[in-house]
Design a protein. Structure first.
Lengths: 209, 209, 209, 209
DNA sequence: CATGAATGAGTCTTCATTCAT
DNA sequence: GATGAATGAAGACTCATTCAT
């Protein structure tokens, strides 16, 4: 069955098929993290995977399909790691702290994957030059943060946020987290604990009443 | 005389030479901003400049040279716009406010250039896969912010910052500013005034004693 | 036992084997007729047959073997449809009329198969670039027509034909019939009755004394 | 200037550009005639032209553009050879004779080109599997023949033709001529004079009153 | 100075074929 | 018998770079 028509339909995939795809995606992540998006050709990826170039084409409709998968898998792993930790918190303040902590922990433990996702996402444009993922990002990434802010405001713990100011706040938090990834790329011996503590303090202060 | 040996030595360039280079750099910026780093081939750039592909090769040692120039020119323009405004301020608090304000203003007025620089910098790696600009970034971009923070701390206006916490603070401020660019790419009708106000408030609170 | 050694030896084939081959050949015909010779990969054919690509390789020595089979089966079906109708005629004039009529009828009823055969035959070359089927064509396709012409000449019904002129006549008749197929491909609503009548008239006149 | 936007706009082409294109088109013709449409890759063509593969891509937007050019150039050469000869004739009967004669002569003198055109045209399909050139063919190739037939009928020299019967007649004439090309491919020592004479006789009889 | 032309390495993709299960 | 998986060669096309004019 061709992958052309249902590239992401995992329901009908055999176990071995899923394993292969996962392996290839992992190699793609490794490759992008190591040599960068621009240099990460299918040839480079297949070389690292010790497979023939054709295997990738066999399991993925095209390069875009493979690259998308990197983002999709990452998002799912991220989601299932972060969400329960947040939900376990009672106060918005704790939620925000845990959001920052868990994100940084997740990033540290999945360095290469995060790097690869960032490269893929930031290089992804539609044929008319517009960015893809733009609208997705707001709904799936920012909204949860904004919800925490709104909750904190309603409970009287956080300062007052308008629509627009909670959006800027959420963006800044997210940018701080994403920026941490880049910092981690440059300095692999970064003290994550400390970085986390500082960010928590910073946003604790900036959200306080 | 070929540019091979002295690609960035502007001293010996004739006026016409400089003009040509500037024109090409501008077209490169335009091109990258419009269609993205990956699609911005020398062919595309020369097409937008209405010149032959060879001209670029004549004036720049290679593509990398051209791309670097985008970052260099941007940094210089940025520097000469921001620096005097900061220096005109008396208190660290005002400096920080002006830093944020002037950066956002500068970005809004140079959208395409900023976008291009971000694409170039984030895709630039050395042949062994490491990021270039990494060390530059700390000294030229972060240090000035850290200096403001240190000053504010010494004057007793800002809270206490350790080496590491002022670094995280500076990074977060910078990430907020850079992130604003991306937001501006996605939503061109963004209210810059408002965004600026929110960021100033946010970092005012987070640096306060 | 692999088909490698006796790809066309139908004697030793089991019933199921024959059925499978027939099914695959039919799908190949369908595919070529629909998307053209160049696009008709084994993948496309197997997709239409709802079988795996490997099955084709299992039942046919190679792609060429499968393609040849299309021509062979067609020729046999054509032969057994046409021959008895011709033989049932008494006069050469009637034979010619029936030849034309029966060919056009056969073509109309086997559109896809004819199209596929034409595509296969016209794209088939030996490794040194020469056409295959070239010599076959003369003996199996043209000779029967020439025989009718000779007969008609001997009986004094047709005009005089030399070796060479009966060959040209036969070729022209055959070209008219094959050309009808192409016309049918372009205009599926062609009035076959009418087309037949015109051709019969045309060649009736051109063979008359 | 990219060939993408104006692949066939010959007005703006320099002399040297036209020469190169012509040379490449000629090599493409040679290649297709020799090894067939399916085997005629850009690599094969460039090899025969003793140029790098990239040169073809430089001068033609894509393979289709090159292949189309073969047909276009042929049609123009054919047109300018045939048309004046026909127009010089006074009676429809002579026109038909000259049409057949000049076509066969032209084909003999441009064997390879004709072969290439036939292969290109017969393999050309749109993305949905339909033939291209189909509608063109009727207007540019068949109409002129039909006009001769109509004229002959009006002058009382030819037998009566309805819309549909003149179409079939024209098709048959054209098929005879195109079929001659295939015959010439198979038997290069064909006596063209004789073939021509036979065809003229054949269609003379079949159009007579 | 500028250009058009050419190159050749490299990109993604397709495909006939093989093979272990 | 049948299949999914894998291969590797070949395909068209892109592009940074070089060079003669």
């Amino acid at each position: 069955m061709s992958k052309k028509n249902k590239p992401t339909n995992q329901k009908e995939m055999s176990f071995i098929e899923k394993a292969r795809r996962t392996q290839i995606v992992e190699c793609a992540i490794e490759t992008i993290a190591e040599i960068g998006y621009a240099q990460a050709s299918l040839g480079q990826i297949s070389k690292r995977a010790n497979i023939s170039k054709g295997v990738i084409s066999y399991h993925f409709a095209n390069k875009e399909d493979l690259l998308d998968q990197i983002a999709i898998e990452y998002y799912m792993a991220w989601q299932s790691y972060i969400a329960p930790l947040i939900e376990a918190q009672k106060s918005p303040k704790e939620m925000l702290r845990v959001y920052i902590e868990s994100n940084l922990t997740f990033i540290e433990e999945n360095r290469k994957h995060v790097i690869a996702v960032i490269e893929v996402v930031s290089n992804k444009r539609t044929s008319d030059g517009k960015f893809r993922f733009a609208s997705d990002h707001d709904e799936t990434i920012l909204l949860p943060i904004e919800n925490i802010l709104t909750l904190g405001m309603q409970e009287g713990i956080f300062r007052k946020f308008t629509r627009s100011s909670s959006r800027v706040m959420a963006l800044t938090i997210r940018n701080a987290i994403d920026g941490f990834t880049l910092e981690l790329m440059k300095k692999s011996h970064l003290d994550v604990q400390e970085y986390t503590r500082e960010l928590v303090t910073l946003f604790d202060k900036s959200t306080k009443k």
